[in-house]
Design a binder for this molecule. Structure first.
Ligand SMILES: *[C@@H]1O[C@H](CO)[C@@H](O)[C@H](O)[C@H]1NC(C)=O
Ligand SMILES: *[C@@H]1O[C@H](CO)[C@@H](O)[C@H](O)[C@H]1NC(C)=O
Ligand SMILES: *[C@@H]1O[C@H](CO)[C@@H](O)[C@H](O)[C@H]1NC(C)=O
Ligand SMILES: *[C@@H]1O[C@H](CO)[C@@H](O)[C@H](O)[C@H]1NC(C)=O
Length: 599
C-alpha cells in the first residue's frame, strides 16, 4: 500500500502548482462527471432482497432486525461447482499444497522490484527493468495461467491478464494487485532476521520485502487462477487481473495506464466489482473482525514558501523567515482538524459492529455506542474513549503532518527563503476545498500579524486593512498530486435502497472461507464490517470502472498488541497458513462471483 505523502516532493524552493481556481474548476468538473457516472452505474443496480443472503449458510447472529447494529450475511459457498470447490479445499489442506504456495510467494519475493520516488520515464530509468525478471518468474511459476489467459503488457511493465468467461453478458470481476515494493533502507539490512530478498521460509513464515505488501495479494490472486485451471474450472464470468508496477509511488505509470486500457476494453462501470489490497482481519475486543475498505481518504500536500528580506545577521529583525514559518506551523499543529465521529460513515458502523459482536468490550463503552445512535452526549462519550487511538482519529478526521522544512544557508546570513511541506489526508466527510479553506483562514491572522503579503494557489489574498504589508510574502501551492476522497462503495446492509449485492457476496465469502479454513468443527467466526484503510491503493485510478471497490486482503493482520502488519518496515513476513487461506479466499471469491446473478 502506498504512502502517498512521499511522492513527488520538492527538492528545491521552486514549486508553483496550477492556480487555485484552475484546480478548483477542473476538480468540480471531475466531481460532476463522477456523479453522472455513478448515476449510470446505479441504473444497473440490482435490488436488495433479504431473501437472497446466499444459497447455503449458517445463520449465527440472530437478532431483531431493528435492534441489530451490525447485520451479518450468511456464509456463502459455491453451489453449482460445490463438489469441485470442496475437492480443491481438501487439496489445500495438504502439506504439498502449502509447500507449493510457499514456493510461489518466496520466488516472487526473491525478485526485487523496488519503486523509488524519483524514478524516471519507464523507457529510460534502468531501475524499472527488475519488472522484466518478475514477469519471467510469473511465466515460469504459473504455466497454466500463461497458457490459458490473455496477457497484455501495458506501458511496458503493467500486466493485464484476462480470463474469458463463457457468458459475455455478465460483468467481469477485477482482481488487482501490484508488482512493486518499497525499497529496503540499506541502513536497516542488519536488522532483518533473514535477508530482505531471501524469501526465507522458516517452517511457519515467509520472510522478506513484499511478502505481505503486496506480493501476497498478487501471488494469492494468480495462484487461485492457476489452481482453478488445474482443476479444469471454466468460468462463466470473465476474470480480469491488472497488476501495476509503481503503486508505491502513486500508480501514475502503472495503474493509471492500466485504467485507460480497461476502460477502453470494458467501458465505464464495466466491472461487477474490484478487489485490491487492504487491511486484513484483526482481533478487537476478543472477536475477529474483517473490515473490507469501502472508502478511501483523499490526500494532497501543500508547500508554504516564505520570503523575507535578507541581510547581515548582526542587525536582525525580531523574526526571521524561519521564526515566522515556525510560528505558522506551530499554529497549524495547535489547531488540529475537528475529530468527530459522523453517524453516516462506514467507520461509525464499524464501531457499532464492535459493540454488537465483541465478546469483551467494556460494558460502559458498549452501552455508549448503542445509545449514541440517538444521543449526541453518548456519541461524545464514545469519541472520548475511541478517539484516543491515533488510527481511529485518522479514520474520522482530516489530518495534517508537517513533513519537510528547509531554510537558511549560512550561520551569519538572514534566511531569505524558507519553505515547509504539510501533508493532508482528507476525511471522507470533507473535501480538498474545505481543507485548503481551513488552512487559509487559520493562517490569515498570523499573516496579518507578521505583515506579510499572502497568496494561495496563484491567487492573491487581500489583507483586511489598507495598510500595505511590508515584511515579506507567504505563498501556498500544491506539491505532488491531488487525490480527492474516493466515491464510497455501497455498503449499508440496513439500507434497502442501497445496491449492496457485491458487498454481501464479499462478506458471505469472507465468512465462509474463514470458517472453512479453520474447519467447520472449530466454531470460530469472523464478523464482517465495512471499513476503511488509512493509506492509499491503486484503486484511485479505477473509479470509472465500477462503483463497487473493496480494499481487502484476506489474511490475519494480528492486532495492536501483536501486529502481523510489517509492511514498509524491517522483518516483513507472511505466515504460510495465511497465504494458503488467501489463495482459498480468491478461489472461493471467483467461484461465488461466477455463480451470482445478483450483479
Ligand atoms: C491480540 O491477539 C492475541 C493473539 O494473537 C490475543 O491473545 C490478544 O488478546 C489480542 N489482543 C487484543 C487487544 O485483542
Ligand atoms: C456526516 O457526513 C455526511 C456525508 O459526508 C454529511 O452530509 C453530514 O453533514 C455529516 N454530519 C455531520 C454532523 O457532520
Ligand atoms: C506591521 O506593520 C505595522 C504598521 O506598518 C507596524 O506597526 C508593525 O510593527 C508591523 N509588525 C511587524 C511584526 O512587523
Ligand atoms: C474517468 O472518466 C473521466 C470522464 O470520462 C475521464 O476524464 C478520466 O480521465 C477517467 N479517469 C481515469 C483514471 O481514466
Amino acid at each position: 500500500m502506498q504512502d502517498v505523502k512521499n511522492h513527488d516532493l520538492p527538492t528545491s524552493t521552486r514549486s508553483h502548482g496550477p492556480s487555485f481556481n484552475a484546480r478548483r474548476s477542473s476538480k468540480l468538473l471531475r466531481l460532476a462527471g463522477c456523479t453522472i457516472l455513478l448515476f449510470f452505474c446505479g441504473l444497473y443496480a440490482t435490488q436488495f432482497s433479504t431473501s437472497d443472503f446466499g444459497p447455503q449458510g449458517v445463520s449465527l447472529f440472530l437478532h431483531d432486525a431493528d435492534m441489530d447494529l451490525c447485520p451479518q450475511v450468511d456464509m456463502l459457498f459455491p453451489e453449482v461447482s460445490g463438489e469441485l470447490w470442496k475437492s480443491i479445499g481438501q487439496d489445500m489442506r495438504t502439506e504439498e499444497f502449502k509447500k507449493q504456495a510457499v514456493d510461489w510467494l518466496a520466488g516472487a519475493v526473491r525478485v526485487e522490484t523496488e519503486t523509488f520516488d524519483d524514478m524516471g520515464p519507464v523507457d529510460e530509468d534502468p531501475r524499472w527493468r527488475s519488472r522484466f525478471k518478475f514477469h519471467a518468474y510469473l511465466e515460469q511459476a504459473f504455466p497454466l495461467v500463461h497458457a490459458n489467459l490473455k496477457l497484455t503488457k501495458v506501458n511496458t511493465y503493467g500486466l493485464l491478464y484476462e480470463w474469458k468467461g463463457s457468458d459475455a453478458s455478465l460483468k467481469p470481476i477485477l482482481m488487482a494487485g501490484h508488482q512493486d515494493v518499497v525499497p529496503v533502507n540499506p541502513d536497516t539490512v542488519q536488522e532483518w532476521t533473514h535477508p530482505p530478498y531471501s524469501g526465507y521460509y522458516d517452517g511457519t513464515r515467509i520472510w522478506g520485502r513484499g511478502s505481505n505488501d503486496d506480493k501476497s495479494g498478487l501471488i494469492g490472486t494468480i495462484s487461485a487462477v492457476e489452481v482453478l485451471l488445474r482443476n479444469d474450472f471454466k468460468p462463466v464470468r470473465t476474470v480480469v487481473m491488472p497488476f501495476g508496477f509503481d503503486e508505491e509511488a502513486g500508480g501514475l505509470r502503472g495503474a493509471a495506464s492500466l485504467a485507460k486500457v480497461l476502460e477502453e476494453l470494458y467501458g465505464e462501470c464495466g466491472f461487477a466489482f474490484i478487489i485490491d489490497e487492504g487491511g486484513g482481519f484483526t482481533e478487537q475486543y476478543g472477536t475477529v473482525f474483517a473490515t473490507p475498505g469501502v472508502a478511501e481518504k483523499g490526500s494532497f500536500s501543500i508547500k508554504m514558501d516564505l520570503a523575507t528580506k535578507g541581510g547581515h545577521s548582526s542587525v536582525p529583525p525580531d523574526h526571521t523567515s524561519i521564526g515566522i514559518l515556525s510560528a505558522l506551523l506551530t499554529h497549524l499543529e495547535n489547531n488540529p482538524f475537528e475529530r468527530r465521529i459522523n453517524r453516516s460513515t462506514p467507520t461509525y458502523r464499524m464501531f457499532q459492529c464492535f459493540a454488537e459482536h465483541s465478546s469483551v468490550m467494556p460494558s460502559s463503552l458498549r452501552k455508549a455506542i448503542r445509545k449514541s445512535i440517538n444521543s449526541d452526549d453518548a456519541l461524545r462519550e464514545v469519541e472520548s474513549v475511541l478517539l484516543k487511538d491515533p488510527v481511529y482519529r485518522a479514520l474520522v478526521s482530516t489530518t495534517q503532518a508537517v513533513d519537510m522544512i528547509h531554510g537558511g544557508i549560512k550561520s551569519n546570513a538572514l534566511p531569505e527563503e524558507t519553505w515547509a511541506v504539510v501533508n493532508h489526508r482528507v476525511a471522507i466527510t470533507s473535501s480538498v476545498e474545505a481543507t485548503i479553506s481551513r488552512d487559509i483562514s487559520l493562517l490569515q491572522p498570523l499573516v496579518e500579524k507578521f505583515n506579510l503579503t499572502f497568496s494561495a494557489f496563484g491567487e492573491p489574498i487581500p489583507p483586511p486593512s489598507d495598510l500595505y504589508p511590508s515584511e515579506g510574502s507567504l505563498e501556498i501551492s500544491y506539491v505532488g498530486g491531488i487525490n480527492t476522497p474516493a466515491p464510497i462503495t455501497p455498503w449499508d446492509l440496513k439500507d434497502a435502497e442501497a445496491d449492496t449485492a457485491p458487498f454481501r457476496m464479499l462478506a458471505g465469502t469472507i465468512r465462509g472461507v474463514f470458517r472453512e479454513h479453520r474447519g467447520f468443527a472449530d466454531g470460530r467466526d469472523v464478523v464482517v464490517s465495512p471499513g476503511m484503510p488509512t493509506v492509499g491503493t491503486d484503486t484511485r485510478w479505477y473509479w470509472n470502472l465500477t462503483k463497487h471497490i473493496f480494499r481487502y486482503s484476506h489474511h490475519n493482520s494480528g492486532n495492536s498488541t501483536n501486529s502481523f502488519e510489517r509492511a514498509h518496515t524491517v522483518n516483513e513476513f507472511l505466515e504460510a497458513d495465511n497465504l494458503v487461506e488467501t489463495i482459498r479466499f480468491f478461489v472461493t471469491l471467483i467461484m461465488n462471483a461466477d455463480e451470482s446473478r445478483e450483479f
